[in-house]
Design a protein around this ligand. Structure first.
Ligand code: JHZ
Length: 415
């Protein structure tokens, strides 16, 4: 049974304003096989609220983590070259700036298949990965990256500390928003961190989500959508100072937050706080018209797809992303409009997009089947995808991006 929260996930306030409801949708990463599609899939309510007290944008519903990250969790980070480059640059800059070496310990929360930690182990820097998803955790462990297949929180942090483990660097990319017990997670990081250590957290930026109408990134795995204002008070509650923040384009726009126990705050943090205040991120008004804007994008996308279909065009999609599952379910673009989805991940091929009965196939099918149009569901990697699939476009295939505004596009950005 899903829990429906009446209080803020961070500060516990009841001052939560409703922003948007998607009704009931399937879990975005629960990709069914043919038998499960036929049997019908479970749906879960999904709605978003804004906390007027600590400014955290969040969903109300909590699906039990064992349901979200059970044995068949299909997300493997190493599928995107861009993500690998981005992560490597992060690791190299931490090694340099923190002077990490054989005496250090880097802990990663949600270490997945070891995509990031391998950059440290290659340089003989000790690491510990922690990830509850058994499939990706096993891939990492098999590759020589010590990985605990467990949920991280204050309990595990206490246990590790009692065993003498203390981290110089704790990294958490796309995980702080995923945990149901947000305070237990941040308390755990503070507990496991050495006094002179640093916590480095990456998470999609709520300002990019709202301004870019990235509504498809809202799904049950993502409980929270952070801003600098909301993270500052969350960290402070657990004795961490938000000491720096950096913006990156990945995943539609993300912030990297640096937390320390020392108390120094960069000008960058002050600038972000001022800008968020000036732009209105700390007031409900900023979020008030989001639901209407989402309706507009949904309607224009469906008009585009139906018009194409109506003139006899065939449409496929690229990227069996969790955000893709959300987009298809929230718009109602199902197997009557889209023939198949292609994805590079072997863990997804042969399964179906949840709720919409669309089969997932190998990327090669794009060129062998030559649908007239391909909707890029993983629009955050659109340039990488379009470059890889240049042959599809050369033969006359056309790309559609759904976000921030549905459009037919032709040229990838130059890298
Ligand atoms: P991708 C994931 O969300 C999972 P998703 C998670 N919920 C999260 O928080 C966010 O990331 C941040 C495929 N692909 O990563 C791989 C190709 O086939 O945008 C993926 O299935 N060929 C933890 O799932 C999908 O597209 C390619 O060349 O919304 C991308 O999914 C590339 C680049 C990707 O995020």
């Amino acid at each position: 049974m899903d829990e429906v929260r009446k209080t803020c996930r961070s500060c516990g306030s009841t001052a939560m304003q409703p922003v948007l409801s998607f009704g009931e949708v399937p879990l975005a990463d629960a990709l069914p096989d043919r038998a499960s599609v036929a049997a019908g899939e479970a749906r879960h309510a999904l709605s978003v609220v804004f906390c007027e007290s600590c400014y955290l944008f969040q969903i109300r519903e909590t699906v039990p983590p064992e349901t979200l990250y059970g044995r068949d969790y299909p997300y493997y980070s190493s599928v995107s070259d861009y993500l690998l480059q981005h992560s490597r640059a992060n690791a190299l800059s931490l090694i340099e700036s923190r002077g990490l070496g054989e005496q250090s310990l880097v802990v990663e929360l949600a270490s997945n298949d070891g995509y990031l930690l391998k950059n440290f182990t290659e340089r003989r820097i000790p690491v510990l990965g922690i990830d509850p998803a058994a499939g990706p955790a096993k891939v990492a462990d098999d590759a020589g990256i010590p990985t605990l297949c467990e949920y991280f929180g204050i309990d595990l942090a206490r246990r590790l500390r009692s065993e003498g483990v203390a981290a110089d660097v704790i990294i958490g990319n796309n995980v702080m928003g995923h945990v149901a017990d947000l305070n237990g997670f941040v308390a755990g990081m503070a507990h496991l961190l050495r006094d002179d250590g640093v916590v480095v957290i990456e998470s999609p930026y709520v300002r990019d989500l709202i301004d870019g109408c990235e509504f498809d990134t809202i799904y049950h795995e993502h409980h929270c959508y952070f801003s600098v204002s909301s993270v500052r008070s969350l960290f402070a509650r657990h004795g961490l100072t938000l000491s720096d923040v950096q913006h990156y384009p990945i995943h539609g726009g993300s912030l990297r937050y640096f937390g320390t126990k020392t108390g120094a705050v960069s000008d960058n943090v002050r600038r972000y706080l001022e800008e968020e205040e000036a732009a209105g991120l700390t007031r409900f008004d900023y979020y008030r018209d989001f639901a209407d804007r989402v309706e507009g994008v949904k309607a224009r996308l469906m008009t585009l797809l139906r018009d194409l279909k109506g003139t006899g065009k065939t449409i496929a999609a690229y990227g069996a992303a969790a955000k893709g599952a959300t987009l298809l379910n929230v718009t109602g673009a199902d197997d009557r409009l889209i023939d198949f989805v292609v994805d590079r991940s072997k863990h997804k091929q042969g399964l179906f997009m949840p709720g919409v009965r669309i089969p997932i196939r190998e990327p090669e099918e794009l060129v062998s089947q030559m649908p007239d149009y391909a909707l890029i569901l993983a629009w955050n990697f659109k340039d990488e995808i379009m470059r890889q699939q240049a042959e599809y476009a050369r033969r006359g295939g056309k790309w559609i991006v759904p976000i921030p505004e549905p459009a037919i596009i032709t040229t990838p950005a130059v890298s």
